[in-house]
Ligand binder design. Structure first.
Ligand code: ADE
Length: 257
């Protein structure tokens, strides 16, 4: 009887294995730009750097956690490639995206933090003679959303509250597209169509790859601008500080893991 139960348990384990692809490896931390990674690199002990597809993957420890730190590049394509490489080459157990974004919610001010509950690809769709029509197909549900891992979202939000306080920390939808948004009318579209709190250029790409591989992920963004007509100037003034702010939240999060 005991032997039969052992065989049964082995079989159940074998069949259950492919259901979860999240690795046993380090935590993958991904950014788009150098200023989003620099504070993390300064604070990490890097043991080795591997260059894959022209991108440096920095392997080491940060706040007591095994990590791979990567600046994947700007936009959805490089972000997706970076996420896939973290999963396939480094067997990461989870992925955290950190960086800056344009604040889209009426309440989200410059330097506020938005942690993803879910993400949407705002520039996926059809163009015909009437213009652009958004299509939800790029998401994972009928609303075009890709859900972030709820536990990582809570942990990231709690860490954000610790660093910037409750009034400056938000949880919600982040909208991703391959455009820098500096337009009040498009901000209105992002509010109305997605109820988004922030817009940026990589989050949903990382999200969709991680979700497809069943790897838990979260996106943390500090607002460098309001995605309005002044966005380019605001971004130039606040971008670096906002990038450090988001990185600080990641370190606080790692400390508590
Ligand atoms: N990243 C920072 N600000 C942004 C904006 N306004 N649009 C897209 N990505 C951004």
């Amino acid at each position: 009887m005991k032997n039969r139960i052992t065989v049964l348990l082995i079989l159940i384990t074998l069949f259950a294995l492919p259901l979860s692809a999240a690795g046993n490896g380090p935590i993958g931390i991904i950014t788009a730009m150098s200023n989003e990674l620099s504070l993390l690199l300064e604070n990490a002990d890097i043991e080795e750097t591997r260059t894959i597809g022209g991108v440096d993957y920095n392997i080491g420890t940060l706040e007591g956690q095994d990590v791979v730190l990567v600046k994947a590049g700007i936009g959805k394509i490089m972000a997706a490639a970076g996420a896939a490489t973290l999963i396939n080459e480094f067997d990461v157990s989870s992925i955290i995206f950190t960086g800056i974004a344009g604040g889209v919610g009426d309440e989200t001010e410059v330097m506020d933090i938005v942690v993803s509950t879910d993400l949407a690809v705002h520039d996926y769709g059809n163009i015909n003679n009437d213009g652009f029509a958004w299509d939800a197909v790029a998401g994972t549900d009928e609303n075009g959303r890709i859900p972030a891992d709820p536990e990582l979202t809570e942990l990231a939000y709690d860490s954000a509250v610790k660093v910037v306080g409750e009034d400056s920390a938000f949880k919600g939808t982040i909208a991703t597209g391959d455009q820098f948004v500096a337009s009040e009318s498009y901000v209105k579209v992002l509010q109305d169509r997605f109820n988004a709190l922030a817009c940026e250029m990589e989050g949903a790409a990382v999200a969709l790859v991680a979700y497809s591989y069943d790897v838990p992920f979260v996106v943390i963004r500090c607002m460098s601008d309001k995605a309005d007509g002044l966005a380019h100037d605001t971004y130039a003034n606040f971008g670096d500080t906002a990038a450090d702010n988001s990185a600080t939240i990641v370190m606080t999060m790692l400390e508590s893991m």
